[in-house]
Unconditional design. Structure first.
Length: 598
């Protein structure tokens, strides 16, 4: 009982012994002030905030909201919650945060919950509001970083769901490099329409089908009413579930947790387990940058390629790599996609919905299949301290499942996306290959200066088979904010044009997009990229097999057009949009808002 903590408040007491904190009265009168210090042989950042004579004012304020001296002697874990009442995706995260905090307390820590923002891609899609989506990734990352730095948490558990909350949280953890765990809230359950599973993707495509006279107003209403039956993120291998897959394969989420649907009662147990994992990370001083190494990023890219995942993962993984200090370029994605087969049969191009992955065996089954094929590095460490191979070895595959294909029967022999370059995209762009077999398209350009103009043309029947729809000034700077185009792409599919029309944009696509669609064209139009010089009816050639996208006009003509190009006036001159446009980098660099290389 006589071992006293040294006066330096940043030093944790001797592991496993009883210790008296220097600001508490001595026993026996103050016997209740003696605390049992758990076995955490490291310095705790939070002691800079909470321990020592000079921190009495801080303790006084924390005691006002119920924290005790014993609470403040334990590791303090920030619980970053992206709950918001604007969408189903994040709707149950309040409930899950309660369970995460229970797990943290049971494991010997003190949780402190805080909130950050989220933007619903599905709700804002096709409107000016969609410009906020990618920008929100930076705000989420910045806000988690600021709160964690300000309150000097010893670890962070981030609760995420809708698309940008996942990479935003990962970026923050990689910047902070304090022990951290990411828990995905989980997918929504599928809706039902005429006996088949439907998702929000079906609603967007039904809009196009209705505009083309292929379905009635009544059927559109029925699809709208049944597509989203409750809480959870969009139900295919769209961006949210793609990034949830990424987090398990890169090791920042414990394996077996992210595929559990948001409304499944098992999610509470998963959330409590996260509390145990984060305390173990703190005890072992296991940090995000120890986990998110170059081989872990390559594993994550292979997971995107093998699951037919969202092209948004290219942006997000490049941005995460910058914060991790890991060199990663757009061309690295091509090399990994070339050697990785598509093994997961999921919407938007496949048959199954996200919850079917959970029924089949979870994201760990995807990992095990890719490991068995030699497409992942099983030695990569995860947030549990175990290797990816060790975690995947315990996965139980459901007999007879058809979601994750055997290695000898892939859906495609090469990955679900390709990187293209050429005279139209010198810095590169990305095409999603999963869900269709087309590799080549050549046709006349139909040029639109914004998404709304293109959407009006599609729904009015002014787009013809063979056309190449060009949507420009929707890039990171030009939008600003790089809107997704699910409204337009869904309308093209719904109108029956997906097999005969190509779409090319410097904006983005939703993970629910499928068809011959090319995004992230760089340099973007607002930066004077060649896409700014395309004229109506110019011939455009796309060859995904060869990795080429060309504007088929003489080089001298293109050079002359670009020499005469003048940037348009910025769409926003004040506020967050103007600030983002001034700071944002090219899509080929992850559309980050800082040139800083960690």
């Amino acid at each position: 009982m006589g071992n006293r903590v040294r006066r330096n408040p940043a030093v944790f007491p001797v592991a496993g012994r009883w210790a008296r904190l220097p600001f508490l009265p001595a026993p026996p009168a103050g016997r209740a002030a003696w605390v049992k210090i758990r076995d955490i042989p490291m310095k705790l950042r939070s002691y800079t905030i909470s321990q020592g004579r000079d921190r009495a004012p801080a303790r006084a304020m924390l005691k006002a909201i119920g924290f005790s001296d014993e609470d403040l002697a334990k590791p303090v874990i920030g619980v970053a919650n992206t709950w918001i009442e604007t969408m189903p995706c994040n709707y149950n995260l309040r409930e899950l945060a309660v369970k995460v905090k229970e797990g943290i307390r049971a494991a010997g820590g003190t949780p402190m919950e805080f909130n950050t923002i989220a933007i619903s891609d599905g709700v804002t899609m096709g409107t000016e509001g969609m410009k906020t989506s990618l920008i929100s990734r930076e705000v989420i990352a910045d806000s988690i970083e600021l709160v964690a730095r300000g309150h000097m948490f010893d670890g962070v558990v981030a609760l995420v769901a809708c698309d940008k909350t996942i990479p935003g949280a990962a970026m923050a953890l990689l910047r902070l490099n304090v022990p951290g765990v990411i828990l995905y809230g989980g997918s929504i359950l599928p809706g039902k329409h005429h006996g088949r599973d439907i998702t929000i993707q079906d609603v967007f495509e039904a809009v196009g089908a209705n505009a083309a006279g292929r379905i009635s107003d009544q059927e559109l209403k029925e699809i709208e009413d049944h597509a989203c039956p409750g809480a959870g993120a969009c139900g295919g291998q769209f961006t949210a579930n793609t990034m949830a897959t990424v987090m398990e394969l890169i090791g920042l989420s414990p394996m077996g947790m992210n595929a559990v649907p948001q409304v499944d009662p098992r999610k509470h147990d998963v959330a409590r387990r996260c509390g145990e994992v984060i305390l173990d990370c703190v005890r072992k001083d296991r940090k995000p940058r120890d986990i998110a190494t170059r081989k872990a990023f390559e594993n994550a890219i292979a997971g995107v390629a093998g699951s037919g995942g969202s092209t948004n993962a290219v942006l997000h993984l490049i941005a995460m790599a910058r914060d991790a200090g890991v060199p990663l370029a757009i061309d690295d994605f091509q090399a990994i996609s070339d050697r990785t087969p598509v093994l997961v049969d999921l919407k938007p191009g496949g048959r199954f919905v996200a919850v079917d992955v959970d029924k089949a065996g979870g994201i760990g089954l995807i990992a095990r299949r890719l490991l068995d094929g030699g497409h992942l590095d099983g030695s990569a460490i995860t947030c549990t301290g175990r290797t990816l191979a060790e975690e995947a070895s315990e996965v139980r595959e459901t007999p007879g499942q058809e979601v994750v294909r055997p290695l000898d029967r892939p859906l495609k022999t090469r990955g679900g996306f390709a990187i293209l370059r050429g005279s139209l995209a010198p810095e590169g762009c990305v095409i999603k290959l999963a869900g269709h077999d087309r590799k080549v398209h050549r046709g006349p350009a139909r040029v639109f200066e914004c998404e709304e103009a293109a959407m009006a043309a599609v729904t009015a029947g002014r787009i013809n088979p063979g056309d190449v729809v060009i949507i420009r000034y929707e890039g990171p700077r030009g939008g600003p904010g790089m809107r997704e185009m699910l409204g337009v792409t869904g309308a093209i599919v719904g109108a029956g044009l997906s097999e005969s029309v190509a779409l090319v944009t410097d904006g983005r696509f939703s993970g629910a997009t499928h068809g011959f669609m090319i995004a992230h064209v760089s340099p973007e139009a607002a930066n004077g990229g060649p896409i700014a010089a395309v004229h109506e009816n110019d011939p455009v050639r796309i060859d995904a097999e060869a990795g080429v996208i060309d504007l088929e006009i003489p080089a001298a003509d293109l050079e002359r057009r670009l020499a005469g190009w003048k940037p348009p006036a910025p769409r926003y001159t004040t506020g967050v949009f103007a600030k983002y446009a001034a700071l944002v980098a090219s899509a080929s660099e992850g559309a980050v808002t800082s040139k800083f290389q960690a």
